[in-house]
Ligand binder design. Sequence first.
Ligand SMILES: CC(C)(COP(=O)(O)OP(=O)(O)OC[C@H]1O[C@@H](n2cnc3c(N)ncnc32)[C@H](O)[C@@H]1OP(=O)(O)O)[C@@H](O)C(=O)NCCC(=O)NCCS
Length: 134
Amino acid sequence: MIEYEVNGVIVPDELEPFFQHWKSPPQMEIKKKLLSGSNLIITVRDSGRLIGFLTAISDGAMFACITLIEVLEEYQGKGIGKRIMEFAVSYFKGFYDIVLITDPEKGAFYKKFGFDEIYGMHLKDFTYGKSEAD
Ligand SMILES: CC(C)(COP(=O)(O)OP(=O)(O)OC[C@H]1O[C@@H](n2cnc3c(N)ncnc32)[C@H](O)[C@@H]1OP(=O)(O)O)[C@@H](O)C(=O)NCCC(=O)NCCS
């Protein structure tokens, strides 16, 4: 049975099956921090097993940023990502701006929920989370 929870809780170990295609996937310490630092976590569970999630950070009034959304490969294409996004957009209803970063080929997914392309800038560091001693 598929269950969605807004303001759900994720144990860091449950993120193990995710981030499979990432060039630089987060290590355990980073997973713990990103979970405790997120203002919104949406979970999707199939008989208790975490099969999808979304995280977001926000100032609580004007801006929100959807930081991660992922559905396990075997569950993709079944409308789960759509439900997650609908919950997130509804959660931040009334905010001035909800932003996210994605690849151009995934833009069509987010346009379904009213998102537009914008000009943006970022400073990326693929060595994130690694100290000089690593
Ligand atoms: C992107 C992702 C979250 C979508 O979740 P999903 O459960 O597979 O998506 P859904 O089945 O709910 O699809 C909803 C709609 O979006 C479309 N869609 C899904 N993935 C898409 C993609 N990558 N690009 C464009 N459209 C997409 C579907 O065709 C569907 O369209 P429809 O409503 O007209 O039938 C999922 O594919 C995923 O986790 N991918 C790997 C991680 C990732 O890329 N995360 C996003 C990083 S920015």
